[in-house]
Design a protein around this ligand. Structure first.
Ligand code: CTP
Length: 405
């Protein structure tokens, strides 16, 4: 039996990045032999075992053959005569197909180290196309390693394009698409994820609402970058630079979907794009089964981003309505996330990355001031429910009027 460290741990060590998880591959052994040594079996599809002490994952070397579309149509062979090279051959990218022996020496039959040196994401073999999730994985790795200078190799992009035209990408289940998307949103250059998907045609299949934005002009007065798709990418870059949480990044992605529905005669204006965006955000979220917290913030950002931008121009009553519509007094954290998403929108524009965004501070102050308004115990005791609500609103409006001064 031979044991090798494989996958992300070897790659990240070579890149000088922290290692989060150690996966091992075992050749020349059977499941029974591992069980006899105290390894605990996990997973129903493949024979994977947890080490009795370290709990790291150990998988028997395997060979896979595709039998049907989608990622369930596999026949897997994990007999003890399967070599390490065969196991590495079915992996996605060369930089993920390097193995390390216990003595530290590397086994790198497919040129992973050379591709790391050349900053290239390249598929190992034609077997790449047997798993459509890999289209998303490559885009995600491109987003992660873009700051190091990595790009997708032309031949890999061509293969990904073919997987899109063959309908493989359309067959992906929503859970996997969302899982990869949310991980990509957290990467250091999430915009690269969407750019790579666009380059291979997958964006039009998975995120048609986002794909459509490329080529749609906006008014140069507000958007020196002109192109709506480019604007959204710049907003994502800004969100990453501001270290925004994943919910905010998703809201940023979805905030301008309504611009894709503007009749062409109106370009470069986008009247009502906030309300026009709502059904598109809803459609995207239900299709991908996006979790509630992400969906709520995305819808709110889509509806309210222009109101947030012009907050300082709003009359006190309208300002309170904005706070109420956002449920800002009961959900202050989510309201702060909305403001951050709007900041990314304002600063994700050509040459405006470092423009100040006073709306954020102003609305935080407005929320705090409105929340601080209290009625006395005597007032609460003597007034009926609707009167209490009315008085509270009046006091809040008064407070917001003072804030404006
Ligand atoms: N792998 C693959 N195809 C997939 C999923 C995984 O070839 N669709 C292989 C790759 O060799 C990968 C390894 O299995 O390196 C482990 O996969 P995973 O833990 O998902 O990814 P990591 O490469 O460890 O990356 P991350 O840092 O994102 O966890």
């Amino acid at each position: 039996m031979e044991i090798y460290l494989v996958g992300g741990a070897v790659r990240d060590t070579l890149l000088g990045r922290p290692v989060h998880e150690r996966d091992y591959v075992v050749t020349g052994a059977t499941a029974d032999e591992l069980l006899a040594q105290g390894y605990r079996p996990v997973g129903k599809d493949f024979p994977v075992f947890l080490h009795p002490q370290t709990h790291a994952e150990y998988a028997l070397a395997r060979r896979e053959r595709k039998t049907a579309p989608g990622y369930h149509g596999f026949v897997t062979d994990f007999s003890p005569d399967i070599t390490l090279e065969e196991d590495l051959l079915r992996r996605d990218l060369t930089l993920n197909a390097i193995a390390q022996r216990a003595d530290g020496s590397l086994v790198d039959p497919y040129g992973g180290q050379a591709d790391i040196a050349a900053r290239t994401l390249r598929h190992v073999s034609p077997a790449f196309s047997e798993d459509p999730v890999r289209v998303l994985r490559v885009a995600r790795f491109a987003a992660r390693f873009a700051p190091l200078g990595f790009t997708v190799h032309e031949s890999t992009l061509t293969l990904m394009q073919r997987m899109v035209t063959d309908g493989e990408v359309a067959a992906l289940v929503p859970e996997r698409v969302w899982q990869e998307t949310v991980r990509a949103l957290r990467e250091s250059q999430p915009d690269v994820f969407f750019e790579v998907l666009r380059a291979c045609g997958a964006l039009a299949v998975i995120f048609p609402e986002v794909d459509r934005l490329f080529g749609i002009p906006q008014s140069p007065q507000w958007h020196p970058e002109i192109d709506t798709g480019l604007h959204v990418m710049m907003c994502l870059r800004r969100a990453a630079a501001l270290d925004a949480p994943d919910t905010v990044r998703f809201a940023v992605l979805a905030h301008d979907l309504g611009k894709g529905a503007t009749p062409q005669q109106q370009w470069p204006k986008h009247l009502m794009h906030e309300s026009n965006g709502v059904p598109l955000v809803q459609a995207l979220c239900s299709r991908l089964k996006v979790p509630t917290a992400f969906r709520e913030l995305a819808l709110m950002t889509c509806k309210q981003h222009l109101n947030v931008h012009r907050a300082q121009e709003l009359r006190p009553t309208t300002l309170l309505e904005l706070l109420e519509n956002c449920d800002a007094l009961r959900r202050p954290e989510r309201f702060s996330e909305l403001l951050l998403a709007c900041q990314c929108d304002a600063q994700g524009r050509g040459g405006r990355e470092h423009w100040p965004y006073p709306s954020r501070e102003y609305l935080e102050a407005a929320r705090a001031a409105a929340a601080a308004v209290q009625l006395s115990e005597a007032q609460i005791a003597t007034l009926a429910g609707p009167q209490i609500a009315k008085l509270l609103r009046e006091r809040r409006i008064e407070t917001l009027r003072e804030l404006k001064r």
